[in-house]
Design a protein around this ligand. Sequence first.
Ligand code: B12
Length: 412
Amino acid sequence: MRVLFINPPVWRLQATHYRLNRPLGAPLLCSILKNAGHDAYFIDAEALRWGDEQIQRLGRAGRPDVVGMTVLYHNRWAARELLRKLKTCWPGARFLAGGPFAATNPDDLLMWGFDAVCLGEGEDVILDMLIQPGDVFRQTGLTDLDTLPLPSHGLCIPGLRAYQGNEPRFEHPEAVMMWTRGCPFPCQFCSNPVYRLQKPRLMSAPRIIEELLYLKGLGVRHVFVYSDELVGASPAQNRWIQEVCQAIAPLDLTYKTQGRCHPGNDLPTMEALKTAGFRAVQWGVESLSQRVLKNLGKGITPEDSWNTLRLAHRAGLKNYVFIMVGGLGEETTDFEATRKGLGEMVREGLVDYLQVSIMTAEPGSPLWDTASREGWSRAETGRSHFEPTFTYPWADAGELSRRKRTLDALMG
Ligand code: B12
């Protein structure tokens, strides 16, 4: 069968154009299909900045048997529009959806006209979805990461060089890898129903090296290990990181990753990252108010963030700090604690990069359920994590914007 995966273009609907990094789901599913004898490919119509003309040209080209889309909360309207257009061009094709929004809102997607929806990971259901009757396909077991084929980057358009890479940017071209799947922490704002609240599954060092060598062969120089969260999930996971880092050190690639300001973070792990070629870690500090951190279910303290940022710097890693204003119950005194603490961190030189977002509830997160229950008023915005979307009882839209501006200004 001929299977086309396509990333819906959101740039016209959202005033933001994403070509930071290629998602991994479609290239992985392409590999599984290719290994089973199908003809699969992936077009990232967002990275290519496709408009109507290109979609119509695609529609006039040969019809695939199956079309697959990864549907996120942020691209859902673009996915609906693309579905409508492609269904008109290719009435006989079967349209499949997966991804975080598909997992929480399968009924919406079926109503829009998708023929079948995948709930959860797609590796063990994608082949069935091509031919079996039924409209909802549920993941049967958790995928063992060592059994994953290498993602088929060669079947994807555009090439990896067309992507800018996520901030902070280092060597180019960059590619994404996930060394773990699953995150056990109950952060109230996390809206990834595919992997949330799972014990992390770890990829083995030999499998990681196999994919790194493949990426290196494609010309990749920098890898974003985009696991949520790689560093600081547990002392045991930190020990596994040390082993992996030792194994990959000779490969001469550079990396960045995301991490958690866990009390168990230690210098040997940070030094192992540095020696392996890691340049920076994006840390989810979120708030420096203990009360807000507790409300958010982060399971960390402001002290843990201070310790982690200092350890990372001692090892020579750059700190990319994520802060989220308007967090659950963030009263003025809580915001002041964050403003003051963050200012001190900046003065101490601990913050190399800062990203301030505004807490936003999305389907799939406990926060979304709270927002729906409490009836917090909501406005659709283009860049929902960076513009106020909700009016919370503790901060309205104007106050949320003011808090973001105040913290952004700390970096000068
Ligand atoms: C890489 C990445 C990106 C990349 C590329 C994403 C893209 N689609 O263009 C970049 C950097 C551009 C990006 C941007 C954004 N991202 Co992002 N991103 C990720 C990240 C870290 C990895 C995605 C990935 O490759 N996962 C690995 C693959 C294997 O998993 P998967 O995508 O879930 O796919 C599996 C299943 O879902 C299923 N499946 C998926 N698609 C399909 C399709 C079919 C047909 C089938 C059968 C199955 C199937 O099978 C796959 C294999 O098991 C995830 C977090 C995560 N861990 O997944 C966040 C995540 C997807 N991003 C998220 C967000 C919020 C954003 C942004 C809005 C951030 C922002 N504020 O700007 C933007 C929106 C981009 C857009 N186009 O709308 C959220 C989405 C939440 C939601 N409920 O929708 C996530 C879940 C992070 C989080 N925890 O909140 N992102």
